[in-house]
Design a protein around this ligand. Structure first.
Ligand code: SAM
Ligand code: SF4
Length: 475
């Protein structure tokens, strides 16, 4: 969606810093979490309203275990009733780990002399993508350190290269990016290459805390980073992902700031961010953190449930930084995308033997190293519907999560059918027999739930075509 001045309620905020720590702390100090108020706010969210900062502060202040349970239950209800049971799958592909910044929490920081630096050559990228396609992946996120070599032209070049790789029935249909902020011209360049979402995490939204961890390089400029996705919007990249790295500062402040960032986009550009990520700090090469702001598993579940309720129509991404146990537990509360079969070491997808993780070659430790198929198995056992859908972005239905949420019947008409069709492709092309059996049973169950409409007949016809070898059918 291109910027519409009519819709912009706070036009002065465009391209300007919008975080006021006092405003956030005042809400957190003032808002009281009485049971009545908490319940009223949960009900407003389940009725599809985005919460205000004051309302989010009430949920954050609810420390009573019984109220926390109600918040978790509310998030579960919202996820089930509004989004259904789909989980979208993707994999990260690290392209290069050279970096001129000095982010104290990251194994790639310029001052870490132990880090082994590498940038994949084009041929290596092709081999990696072929290996990912052989596993059944359709959606990738390309990840880069911040370095003059990884400029907009290079990001655009590697994006085009990834799209061009086709092996067997395999192809990558959506390339998302996690890289350094660009200027407006740079965002135009990567948009032309056909990127999906551009992610930039603020890491911590607290300006002072930001300066504790970002000791050198371009990234030490808090405001340049904070406004990066405004520049993306100005360049027509309306599909953006925000995030905070939990463990750098008080989680309560970061949740409020993520909601504030969402308000900012809605007010200025008429659409919120496509996704929110909430990585927790993991072990990394030569990492020294005092642990003061570390987020416990319990707090992690809480913050995800609160985010789900606060921004009901934004996708929530949970990565393999977390263990399989934590992922299984928190997925219920509103996560919509996860990675599977994740490897962080540059060039490791195409290695035939599984190597031990070497932290000097990686950004941080992966705690869920299961294969994509093991994850598919678990999702199916847990009654989720795994999806590799890329339809909205390819049909220019951007602001997709907003549409899922606000257009009546959108999920039934598009999301569930596309999840079913992409799952069927996976089952035909990549799944071992046991997974295939489970998957086809899940498809049948989901078709039954869709009822007996003309569209269900159409989906069944398409499934027959997929069994006959046709690929890439979508609504
Ligand atoms: N270099 C680009 C940048 O900083 O924006 C690309 C992002 S970096 C390769 C991906 C993200 O990983 C960072 O934004 C940060 O939130 C996260 N990250 C860095 N160090 C981490 C650690 N030790 N544990 C978990 N996540 C980490
Ligand atoms: Fe470089 Fe990004 Fe790591 Fe910071 S987080 S050191 S910018 S790769």
């Amino acid at each position: 969606m291109i910027f519409n001045p009519e819709k912009c309620s706070i036009p002065d905020e465009r391209m300007k810093p919008f975080i006021d720590p006092d405003e956030i702390w005042n809400h957190l100090k003032e808002q009281k979490a009485t049971p009545e108020r908490v319940r009223e706010i949960i009900a407003r969210s389940v009725a599809k309203n985005r919460l205000t900062l004051a309302e989010t502060a009430v949920l954050i202040n609810a420390d009573d275990p019984a109220l926390i349970e109600e918040i978790k239950e509310g998030a579960r209800t919202l996820k089930e009733k509004v989004y259904g049971n789909r989980i979208v799958l993707f994999a990260p592909l690290y392209i290069g780990n050279k970096c001129t910044n000095n982010c104290t929490y990251c194994g790639f920081r310029a001052t870490n002399k132990e880090a082994k630096r590498k940038t994949l050559a084009d041929q290596e990228i092709i081999k990696e993508v072929e290996a990912l396609e052989d596993n059944g992946q359709k959606r990738l996120i390309l990840v880069y350190g911040e370095h003059p070599q990884y400029d907009a032209e290079y990001i655009a070049h590697t994006t085009r290269l990834v799209y061009s790789v086709k092996k067997g029935a395999g192809e990558i249909r959506r390339v998302n990016i996690n890289a350094a902020p660009l200027d407006i011209e740079g965002f135009r360049t990567v948009k032309e290459a056909g990127i999906g979402t551009y992610q930039v995490f603020q890491e911590t939204y607290h300006p002072e805390a930001y300066s504790w961890y970002h000791l050198g390089g371009k990234k030490s400029d808090y405001n340049y980073r904070l406004t990066s996705l405004d520049r993306a919007q100005e360049a027509g990249v309306d599909d953006v992902g925000i995030g905070a790295l939990f463990g750098l500062y008080d989680w309560r402040f970061e949740v409020m700031a993520l909601v504030r960032h969402t308000n900012h986009f809605e007010a200025c550009y008429g659409v919120g961010p496509h996704t929110i990520s909430f990585p927790r700090i993991q072990e990394a090469s030569m990492l020294k953190m005092d642990g003061k702001y570390m987020v416990s598993d319990e707090e992690f579940v809480r913050l995800i449930a609160i985010l789900r309720l606060a921004v009901p129509y934004t996708g929530l991404i949970l990565t393999a930084r977390e263990t399989a146990r934590v992922r299984k537990e928190v997925m219920r509360f509103g996560v919509s995308q996860i990675d599977g079969g994740t490897k962080l070491e540059l060039g490791s997808y195409s290695e035939t033997q599984n190597q031990e993780q070497d932290l000097n070659k990686e950004q941080f430790k992966v705690n869920d190293d299961r294969s994509l198929n093991e994850i598919m198995d678990e999702l199916l056992d847990e009654k989720y519907l795994p999806s590799f859908c890329t339809a909205c972005y390819r049909l220019n239905r951007t602001g997709e999560h907003f549409m899922e949420f606000s257009v009546p019947g959108f999920i039934k008409r598009f999301c569930t059918p596309n999840a079913i069709l992409t799952l069927a492709e996976y089952l035909e092309d990549y799944a071992p027999p046991e997974t295939a059996k489970k998957g086809w049973d899940a498809i049948e169950e989901n078709l039954q739930e869709l009822g007996n409409s003309k569209q269900v007949q159409d989906i069944r016809n398409r499934l027959e075509r997929i069994k006959g070898g046709t690929r890439d059918l979508y609504y």
